[in-house]
Write a protein that binds this ligand. Structure first.
Ligand code: ADP
Length: 251
C-alpha cells in the first residue's frame, strides 16, 4: 500500500532500495519530506513544511484544504513545474527535478498530464489538433496518435466535434477535450487542479465521470486538487493540507 506521513520521518523503505532489490515497480509518485517556501519582500513564506506520501500506478487521490494552504503548490511540484526547497520527489523512481531544463521539459510532456480549471485549448486549432499537440511536444507524433486521439474523443462523447474549434463547443466539451489532451501521451501521472471548477453542477458531474473513467482505463496515478467536497468524495483516497502539512482524511 502507498503510505503517507504528515510531517513525520522519511519512509524507512526508500523506493530506490526496493527497486534495486527487484521487489516491485517504483511508485508512480513519491514525496519525501518535501518542503517549499518562497522568499518575498515581506519575508519567507513557508507553504509546505515537509510532506511525505506515495501513489502507486492506478491510484487516485483528492487533495483538499483551505484556500492558500498550498494545494496548487503541491500539484506544481508533482508536475515538475516547481522545485522543492528541500526533500525529494520521484516520478516512477526518477528524480526528474534534477534533470537539465531541456530534458525536464521532454520528461514532463511524456510522463505528466495536466488539467487545470481553465481548458487552455488553443483557439486557432480544432479539438483534434489541440488533443494531438502534446504528442508533437513529446517528440512522439507516432502514427497511431491520431487514431488514439479520435478514439478517446469518441469515448468522451466528442466524436462529432473533432473538427470544431474550442469557441464552437460548450465549456463541458472543452474540458473533456482538455482531459483527453492530458492523457494522450499515456502519462504515468495525471494531475488536475480544480478540473470542474468552472462548470455547472451537472456538467461537473459528467466531466468527473469521464476523468475517473479515463484514469481507470489508462492506469495512471491521479491527483485531483479540489474545493468540491462532491468531487473529492468520489476519489478512493483523500488528503487534506493544513498549515503546510498533509493529513489523511478518514472515510
Ligand atoms: P492553494 O492552491 O491551496 O489555494 P497555493 O499553493 O496557490 O494555495 O498557495 C499557497 C501559499 O503560497 C499562498 O499563501 C500563496 O500566496 C503562496 N505562494 C504561492 N506561490 C507563490 C510565489 N511564487 N511567491 C510567493 N508566495 C507564493
Amino acid at each position: 500500500m502507498a503510505e503517507l506521513s504528515a510531517g513525520g520521518e522519511a519512509a524507512d523503505n526508500p523506493v530506490t532500495s526496493a527497486v534495486e532489490a527487484g521487489k516491485r515497480a517504483p511508485d508512480a509518485l513519491r514525496f519525501e519530506q518535501v518542503a517549499k517556501s518562497y522568499g518575498t519582500e515581506a519575508g519567507t513564506v513557508e507553504v509546505l513544511r515537509g510532506i511525505s506520501f506515495s501513489l502507486e500506478a492506478g491510484e487516485a487521490m483528492a487533495v483538499t484544504g483551505p484556500s492558500g494552504s498550498g494545494k496548487s503548490t503541491l500539484l506544481h511540484l508533482a508536475a515538475t513545474l516547481e522545485t522543492p526547497t528541500s526533500g525529494s520527489i520521484r516520478i516512477s523512481g526518477e528524480a526528474a527535478h534534477d534533470l537539465p531544463e531541456r530534458e525536464l521539459a521532454a520528461f514532463r510532456s511524456r510522463r505528466v498530464g495536466l488539467v487545470f480549471q481553465d481548458h487552455y485549448l488553443l483557439p486557432q486549432y480544432t479539438m483534434l489538433q489541440n488533443v494531438l499537440l502534446p504528442t508533437v511536444a513529446a517528440g512522439n507524433g507516432q502514427d497511431d496518435a491520431e487514431e488514439r486521439a479520435r478514439t478517446l474523443l469518441e469515448r468522451v462523447g466528442l466524436g462529432d466535434r473533432v473538427d470544431h474549434r474550442p469557441a464552437q463547443v460548450s465549456g463541458g466539451e472543452r474540458q473533456r477535450a482538455a482531459i483527453v489532451r492530458a492523457v494522450i501521451n499515456r502519462p504515468g501521472l495525471l494531475l488536475c487542479d480544480e478540473p470542474t471548477g468552472n462548470l455547472d453542477a451537472e456538467t461537473a458531474g459528467a466531466v468527473a465521470d469521464l476523468l475517473l473513467e479515463l484514469h481507470a482505463g489508462e492506469e495512471s496515478a491521479l491527483i485531483v486538487v479540489t474545493h468540491s467536497a462532491e468531487l473529492a468524495a468520489r476519489l478512493p483516497r483523500r488528503v487534506e493540507l493544513r498549515a503546510g502539512l498533509l493529513g489523511e482524511v478518514a472515510g
